[in-house]
Design a protein around this ligand. Structure first.
Ligand code: BGC
Length: 753
């Protein structure tokens, strides 16, 4: 299709019309020219394709579909291939359902456990989120349908989500809140990006030229179209100029007229409109020309795929010898979630599952010796005395008691935030009672975000099943009984209590302003810097076997930031079962003058090993692995110095460590003034030569008494004081020996270096 020629034939009104939806889910057709409408649909972990009466809040039913594990779970797999496979199956179902774009992945960073939408987001870590997002996108788009990576950007709370401003410094945005989008754009070329509801530093994302054009297209090379989140448009004409191509859903024609008027009055260059139309049509035709509505969609097969995926995502948080269960054991399943699992979150991602498999059903199908007690009533959020008594009786009669617990739907959803990090009081009470009745108590958790675990010391094992999709029950039973060896690792830290979280004081903000004052110290970047205890650290996850890493090899002791560094480590299965381990590589800047985290994830690989097997795992690090964002350069910058290379099984279980010296090749040009202090001048060897004669004089002034004890100020003390002294003091302290002219000459010499 010759899109440019097509656009030439369109009227101004037709072009303006194409920049907003026909209805909730379609772009507008231009019938006169044979341009069809195309449909988009939520996303991200399955299809929520709605009929004509569609609404975006999930009130009207959507078609029957397959609910795969939500992102909180899939991120924990640390498995790019697995997520790619999930994307492929979602892509196939899009083709079958004639959808051009699926609305996801959702990659916003988990700043606080309170965000109601954390279940739909991947991680607190931008590297992990970016890698997993790219894998998902590559999977979906391999089927010739697009994704809409969302919500760009800094949309980390649901509270006042359509009006609040996320106020963060550039370094924080670049290092924490942007990279998941950046990596996905660079590695997977998403067809579309969805801008978020919120403002960023006072400007709506939907009108933010810096965000949508300078950074997204100019720096990262995005070449698809940008759509708005549903209802995120405030002023359409500035939005179009900023780079927002498609307003969703419909604007009822109001904004189409405004665009026409703006072009007629000269306020908006028609070329800007043409460009937006070209971007939208290019993507629409990319789908239309590759549409395969005959693609089969075998929902039963996808149900089993979702069970396989869920099994790879579950995180065994604790296990004191009780798991895996034996098929001959008498086991009590306790808690309503055993019968009716909570497997997805509320809001726009909510899927009308064609079927679900509960743990109880799965256990019965496998002929396991399992009894059941309801334990609590999810709908009423209560556990009656009778509930508890029955649960205790079931626990006493069994060898092992497995309590299925977690957060009910109302506790976490799109549209609002959680009030706290607590589990329902009735469930905590139940767990305590069951643990008192049976020393072999296991807790299975269904939740989309961390919870406090006041009973942790009293139970033998905890399995974090997250919101594992419609087949979560089957996957849970497979893991509990050892048919699947757990291999998920936490994609987020579990703090001991909510107030430990670095955003605790600022999260939610004041009115419509949320300041990201913790800066880059999000999640483990904060807990590790503070050396604080956490309930479970980022990257943590146990297995039914054990692993050890050794023999760390670096391709060089010293590199420049233009080189790459190859890191190799030997990973061994030291236990007696086949299993998968997630080899995690963290980098830390030892000598930095910037405030930096102790360690940051810069590589991971999931490796399957048979008992006693070992294998070399290799990582390649480049400039970005060492760099931080430099506000003066407005670019990535490596400060020369030593960096630690740590490889471990979690952020707090480092097996091997090494060091590499990296020389940064970019120069931060310093500008010196009379107020510059000697320390900063001295850190630059050339500048040091210029001021050296003066410095000698200054040293004498302070350290005249030497270090023989007679003087109040020793040489060392003098030198230390001079360090923080501004250059201007050479005039005032020299008793007339250094004139202002000399000082100015010196400054000239320094600034022309
Ligand atoms: C959500 C998006 C979603 C859209 C369409 C919005 O409320 O924030 O994630 O894709 O609705 O349902």
């Amino acid at each position: 299709m010759d899109i440019k020629a097509l656009i030439k034939e369109m009227t101004l009104e037709e072009k303006a019309g194409l920049c907003s939806g026909l209805d909730f889910w379609h772009t507008k057709p231009v019938e006169r020219l044979g341009v069809p409408a195309v449909m988009v649909s939520d996303g991200p972990h399955g299809l929520r394709k709605q009929d004509e009466q569609g609404d975006h809040l999930g009130i009207n039913d959507s078609i029957k579909a397959v609910c795969m594990p939500a992102a909180c779970a899939t991120a924990a797999s640390f498995d790019r291939d697995l997520i790619r496979r999930m994307g492929e199956s979602i892509g196939d179902s899009c083709q079958h359902e004639k959808l051009s774009v699926v609305l996801g992945p959702a990659v916003n960073i988990k700043r606080s456990p309170l965000c109601g939408r954390n279940f739909e987001y991947l991680s607190e870590d931008p590297y992990l989120a970016g890698e997993m997002a790219a894998a998902y996108i590559n999977g979906v788009q391999s089927r010739n349908v697009g994704v809409s990576i969302k919500h760009f950007a800094a949309n980390n709370q649901e509270h006042r989500r359509m009006s609040s401003s996320s106020d963060a410094d550039e370094r924080t945005l670049r290092e924490i809140y942007f990279p998941a989008f950046e990596t996905a754009v660079k590695k997977a070329r998403p067809w579309t990006v969805m801008c978020s509801y919120n403002k960023i530093n006072g400007v709506y994302a939907s009108q933010n030229h810096w965000l949508l054009t300078d950074v997204l297209r100019g720096e990262w090379g995005f070449d698809g179209y940008v759509m708005s989140d549903w209802g995120a448009v405030s002023d359409r004409v500035p939005g179009l100029a900023a780079g927002l191509d498609l307003e969703m859903p419909s604007s009822g024609g109001v904004n189409d007229k405004k665009i026409v008027q703006a072009v007629r009055s000269g306020e908006l260059d028609e070329a800007v409109l043409d460009q937006a139309v070209e971007r939208i049509l290019t993507i629409n035709y990319r789908y239309l020309e590759n549409a395969r509505p005959d693609t089969p969609w075998d929902q039963e097969a996808d149900h089993l795929l979702s069970a396989d995926i869920a099994g790879q995502c579950m995180v065994l948080l604790k296990n004191e010898g009780v798991l895996p269960l034996s098929e001959t054991d008498d086991v009590a399943f306790i808690g309503e979630f055993a019968q009716k699992p909570r497997y997805q979150g509320g809001g726009s991602s909510h899927i009308n599952s064609f079927k679900t498999t509960s743990a109880l059903e799965a256990a019965k199908d496998l002929g396991l010796k399992v009894t059941y007690a309801q334990g609590y009533d999810v709908a009423r959020d209560e556990a009656t005395d009778e509930n508890i008594a029955q649960a205790v009786a079931a626990a006493r009669a069994a060898k092992v008691a497995v309590v299925f617990a977690g957060l009910p739907d109302a506790y976490e959803s799109e549209g609002y935030d959680r009030a706290d990090m607590a589990m329902p009081a009735c469930q905590n009470r139940l767990i305590e009672a069951v643990a008192a009745a049976n020393p072999n108590t296991v807790v299975v958790l269904h939740n989309g975000s961390p919870v406090e675990m006041p009973w942790l010391d009293k139970v033998k094992a905890v399995l974090e099943a997250y919101l594992g999709g419609q087949a979560v029950g089957l996957a849970t039973v497979r893991v509990l009984y050892g048919q699947v060896n757990p291999s998920g690792h936490l994609a987020e830290s579990f703090p001991v209590k909510l107030s430990d979280n670095p955003s605790y004081l600022y999260y939610g903000g004041e009115g419509d302003r949320t300041e990201y004052r913790e800066g880059v110290f999000v999640g483990y970047r904060y807990y590790d810097k503070k050396d604080m205890p956490v309930l479970f650290p980022f990257g943590h996850g146990l297995s039914y076997t054990t692993f050890a890493y050794s023999d760390l090899r670096l391709s060089a002791d010293a590199i420049t930031d233009r080189d790459t560094l190859t890191v190799t480590v030997k990973a061994a299965n030291t236990g007696s079962r086949r299993g998968q381990t997630v080899v995690q590589l963290y980098v830390g800047d030892v000598d930095s003058t910037a405030l930096r985290p102790v360690r940051e994830l810069k590589g991971f690989e999931k490796v399957e090993l048979a008992p006693s097997e070992s294998r070399d795992v290799t990582f390649t690090l480049d400039k970005r692995s060492f760099a931080c964002w430099n506000d003066e350069l407005h670019d990535w910058y490596v400060e020369t110095g030593d960096f630690t290379i740590e490889v471990g099984q979690s952020s707090r279980a480092i097996d091997v460590r090494g060091t590499v010296h990296v020389t940064g090749t970019a120069m931060v040009k310093k500008h010196f003034t009379k107020d510059s202090i000697f320390m900063d001048i001295m850190s630059d060897p050339a500048a040091m030569q210029v001021v050296k004669p003066l410095l000698d004089g200054m040293g004498q002034m302070f350290g005249g008494g030497g270090s023989d004890g007679d003087s109040a100020i020793t040489d060392d003390m003098g030198a230390a004081m001079v360090k923080y002294m501004p250059l201007r003091n050479v005039v005032s302290f020299s008793g007339g020996a250094v004139s202002e002219d000399v000082l100015n000459g010196l400054l000239q010499a320094l600034n022309s270096l």
